[in-house]
Design a protein around this ligand. Structure first.
Ligand code: NAD
Length: 422
């Protein structure tokens, strides 16, 4: 229940603030949301109703979100001529925490990707993707229940920095020429060139966030995933900086399995089973892709560079039922800025048909409730989603692969989840 401002009739809300002890959300945080394009409005309606009902139930009406609609994507472009209006970026900046549906990528626009633009402008350096299986969800693997992982993907650099020159352009030819003269690198004039920056600062803050989260949540291990055998000074450096940071900042809480110290490894073997210390290990990206399929129980929290993380999180999502159910968030743990989002695209074929699966956005909303410090509401949402899927009441994407399932519309699924709360 809100008090209303007498002059503007807008609900009175608490500002979310970042303090030395973490985020303080108050009982009525104002949270901007972007419905999104394509299926966005359908899945947002369902998600919002579930989130509001869960908060009301968990806190007996003492808490509520004051939603504030902001615009980006096709709708914003139609109305304002801008894909990402300054007011929208400002709202996410001012309010700290926000949530969004999928956005169409502008074709021929000045922005390459709205999602990448938001991540870069707000310096949301962690892409957080928890991956777990809900019983009943169709999966291509025999033991999806063994997948319970959390991917921390570096979100600001690597090949996503956008430092690319097209083959044959003046810039590419001049750079190739310089590299030839300076380093003897042979790059022909028909070659496109991309630069992959991986810095110590960005690697450290990503690994720090993963280690803190793993310790706070009582997880068993953090695996640094890299391609350091080939890309020694980017991916290999990420691995080394990760281990160095783990020892320097978390030395009394972790055991590093990098083979640098045999004593460390022996201690790890002794402590790995009692769960008192977090194990920090590393693995080469290509072998991780194999082992996530063959030995998923050996992986827990994964910390990785940007491109590896992109591939890994979608591959893992496929193991537990696909992108319709995988939630995600982009977070800066220092400033507190966070944008929670559906991880799939706009699925234009299903736009406005009330058919799409709203689970990704609903579960991203649950992650947001956790982040606000409202875990009771977050657990209610997750349990209600699990219960509804367990009843085989699911949207078309799951229904076609589930025996005995009832195919529900987006709105009917949302209503059933809300009804299953608690
Ligand atoms: P997509 O995720 O929209 O669709 C891929 C497939 O998954 C399609 O078959 C689609 O029908 C299905 N699908 C996706 N979400 C679903 C859901 N919730 N329920 C049921 N089925 C679902 O990917 P795409 O077709 O490559 O991209 C379409 C648009 O979305 C493009 O403009 C792209 O740039 C954009 N996109 C946005 C985001 C984002 O905003 N985070 C992510 C990916 C793609």
């Amino acid at each position: 229940m809100f008090w209303y401002d007498a002059a503007s009739f807008t609900p009175m809300a608490d500002p979310i603030t970042m303090t030395a002890r973490g985020l303080v959300a108050g009982n009525h945080p104002r949270i901007p949301f972007i419905e999104g394009d394509g299926i966005g409005p359908d899945i947002w309606r369902a998600a919002r109703a579930v989130l509001d009902a869960a908060v009301a139930k968990a806190y007996a009406g003492r808490r509520a979100v004051a939603w504030e609609q902001v615009y980006a994507g096709e709708q914003a472009f139609r109305d304002t001529g801008e894909w990402l209006p300054a007011a929208t970026e400002q709202a996410f900046r001012d309010r700290l925490v926000g949530i969004k549906g999928p956005l169409a990528t502008p074709v021929g626009g000045g922005i390459r990707s709205l999602n990448v633009a938001l991540r870069q402008r707000l310096d949301l350096y962690v892409c957080l993707r928890p991956v777990r299986w809900f019983p009943g969800v169709p999966s291509p693997v025999r033991h999806p229940e063994l997948v319970d992982m959390v991917v921390f993907r570096e979100n600001t650099e690597d090949v996503y920095a956008g430092y690319e020159l097209a083959a044959g352009t003046d810039g590419a030819v001049r750079l190739a020429d310089f590299l030839g003269r300076e380093y003897g690198w042979r790059i022909g004039p028909d070659t496109g060139i991309g630069i992959k920056p991986v810095s110590r600062a960005a690697s450290e803050r990503l690994v720090r966030a993963a280690l803190r989260w793993a310790i706070d949540h009582g997880r068993r291990s953090v695996t640094l995933v890299h391609k350091g055998n080939i890309q020694k000074y980017t991916e290999g450096a990420f691995r080394q900086w990760g281990y160095d940071l783990a020892r320097r900042e978390f030395g009394d809480r972790v055991t590093c399995l990098d083979g640098a110290a045999d004593a460390d490894a022996a201690a790890a073997a002794a402590t790995a089973t009692d769960g008192s210390r977090l194990v920090v290990k590393d693995a080469i990206a290509d072998s991780v892709f194999q082992q996530l399929l063959t030995r998923p129980e050996e992986y827990d929290v994964l910390a990785t560079t940007n491109l590896n993380g992109d591939y890994l999180s979608d591959a893992l999502a496929a193991q537990v039922g696909g992108i319709g159910i995988a939630p995600g968030a982009n977070i800066n743990y220092v400033t507190g800025h966070a944008v929670f989002e559906a991880t799939h695209g706009t699925a234009p074929k299903y736009a406005g048909k009330d058919m799409a699966n709203p689970c990704s956005l609903i579960l991203s909303g649950a992650m947001m409730l956790d982040y606000l410090g409202w875990p009771e509401a977050a657990r209610l949402v997750e349990e209600a989603v699990a219960r509804t899927i367990g009843e085989r009441f699911v949207t078309y994407d799951f229904a076609r692969a589930m025996e005995g399932a009832v195919q529900a519309s987006t709105s009917a699924f949302g209503e059933r989840v809300a009804g299953n709360l608690g």
